[in-house]
Design a protein around this ligand. Structure first.
Ligand code: NAP
Length: 260
């Protein structure tokens, strides 16, 4: 039975595009009050208008860079002063940069940004919001992992390390929050067509579109559906983990593409 989000506040990081955007829309349609953040203002403005048009309710939206402690502090302060509480934290902000092998050619700046965003950024948000999630009496942390957190592949060593890390953090949080009213979930998708590959290839849209050529990848809405499902179970039901992939994807490297 789906439980309405009415009276509950959900925070979504990385909501200016892709999975975060669709998740914010899905949670708002399920009745949650939304607080959304990302670095790009234009994506947030579009999201606010979209949610307001669909639900009649204006979400809290502020710029957020999860790699910047001051930005995280200011965002959390803003959410708490707007709503006074937080029930759900969707740690979605994240990225892969490059497909470098771990050799002398690898771009170390990319490594640092991936680790800072996907691991430390998620930790910064979680650390600050855990007290509010506990206090809410019905809290929920939903982390965006990946199939890359289950299986490493060549050229994905550091991205995979960040998502293996997210899986470790999710597991540790479930132990640490045992006995407290906070559920902990990991949503782990395979290939989803979003801006993910454009970001990975540093803006090379042609190369990015080749990633999804000849098969039907997941959409951001497919992943958002799973997040909304987890968030709308009764308070005693913890969805530990959902791994979802396109029917055309078997693992990190095996994809059934037409004509191949
Ligand atoms: P996307 O379309 O590139 O969206 C990423 C979102 O994260 C954007 O809203 C971006 O907004 C935000 N973001 C990036 N850096 C940020 C920062 N420092 N602070 C705050 N927000 C930041 O990618 P996506 O596919 O939706 O990815 C969302 C999550 O799903 C990521 O954690 C990713 O690892 C995971 N995932 C994706 C796939 C896939 O195939 N697409 C598969 C498995 C898991 P700004 O640029 O405006 O900050």
């Amino acid at each position: 039975m789906a439980i309405s989000g009415a009276g509950k506040v959900a925070v979504v990081t990385g909501a200016s595009a892709g999975i975060g955007y669709s998740t914010a829309v899905g949670l708002a349609e399920a009745g949650f009050q939304l607080a959304v953040g990302a670095r790009r203002k234009d994506g947030l403005v579009k999201l606010v208008e979209d949610i307001q048009r669909r639900t009649g309710v204006k979400p809290f939206a502020e710029s957020l860079d999860v790699t910047d402690k001051e930005s995280v502090d200011a965002f959390v302060k803003g959410v708490v002063s707007e709503y006074g509480k937080v029930n759900v934290l969707v740690n979605n902000a994240g990225k892969a940069l490059g497909v470098d092998y771990i050799d002398e050619r690898a771009n170390e700046d990319d490594w640092e940004v991936m680790l800072d965003t996907n691991v430390l950024g998620l930790l910064r948000m979680t650390k600050r919001l855990v007290p509010y999630l506990v206090e809410s009496g019905d809290g929920h942390i939903i982390n965006l992992g990946s199939t890359a957190g289950h299986e490493a592949y060549a050229g994905g060593g550091v991205y995979c390390a960040t998502k293996f890390g997210v899986r470790a953090i999710t597991g540790a949080l479930r132990q640490e929050l045992l006995g407290k009213p906070v559920r902990v979930t990991s949503i782990d998708p395979g290939m989803v067509e979003t801006e993910f590959s454009v970001v990975r290839f540093h803006g090379d849209t042609e190369r990015a579109s080749r990633v999804y050529e000849g098969f039907r990848p997941l959409t951001a809405e497919d992943v958002a559906d799973c997040i909304v499902f987890a968030a709308t179970r009764p308070a005693h039901v913890n969805i530990d983990n959902i791994i979802l992939k396109s029917v055309d994807q078997a693992d990190a490297t095996r994809v059934a593409r037409k004509g191949q």
